[in-house]
Design a protein around this ligand. Structure first.
Ligand code: FES
Length: 173
């Protein structure tokens, strides 16, 4: 084998070694990311995001929201839904399928996702899949006649329950 051939062979081997190491490195990074994600899922127990510090914003007086209305609260990227019986519910705009922003259709009284056509009722429950669960809920409170919503916290729900509603005046049942 001539010296030129040896040099060429060496270059090829070096390139091949470099590429194998590069792939090995990339494989390791992917594996570490996967393990990190799996660990975070296990630590949280449910795969929900870790608790964040609440941040309640004042969205207006109770009287601004008529029963049976849905209002977009841009600052929190959420909707304030006041059901026909007067109960308040703060719903995340994020579709529970892949996170697109759902839009409120006032005529149909439903939320529609533009990405894969999931439909949600005014209380956030799924009327049409592929969304796997109701829209997430934000904590809400009423203080001195003002509606306040925690825009930082989102709670997953598997279904809608009446106890998720907040009333301006305690409901007598
Ligand atoms: S992201 Fe909404 S249906 Fe897929």
């Amino acid at each position: 084998m001539s010296t030129e051939e040896k040099k060429s062979l060496n270059k090829t081997t070096t390139r091949r070694t470099f590429l194998s190491r590069l792939w090995l490195g990339l494989g390791l990074v992917a594996l570490l990311q996967f393990l990190g994600g799996a660990l975070a899922f296990l630590v949280s127990g449910t795969g929900e995001k870790q608790a964040v510090k609440p941040l309640f914003i004042d969205v207006g007086p109770v009287t601004d929201f008529t029963p049976g209305s849905v209002t977009l609260i841009r600052r929190g990227e959420l909707y304030l839904s006041r059901l026909a019986d007067g109960g308040f519910l703060a719903l995340s705009r994020k579709c529970t399928h892949l996170g697109c922003a759902v839009a409120w259709n006032e005529e149909q009284k439903k939320f529609a996702c533009p990405c894969h056509s999931s439909i949600f009722a005014e209380n956030g429950t799924v009327l049409k899949t592929p969304a796997p669960r109701p829209l997430d809920q934000h904590p809400l409170m009423i203080k001195d006649g003002q509606v306040k919503i925690d825009i930082k916290t989102r709670r997953r729900r598997q279904s809608f329950k009446p106890e998720q509603l907040t009333y301006a005046v305690k409901k007598v049942s």
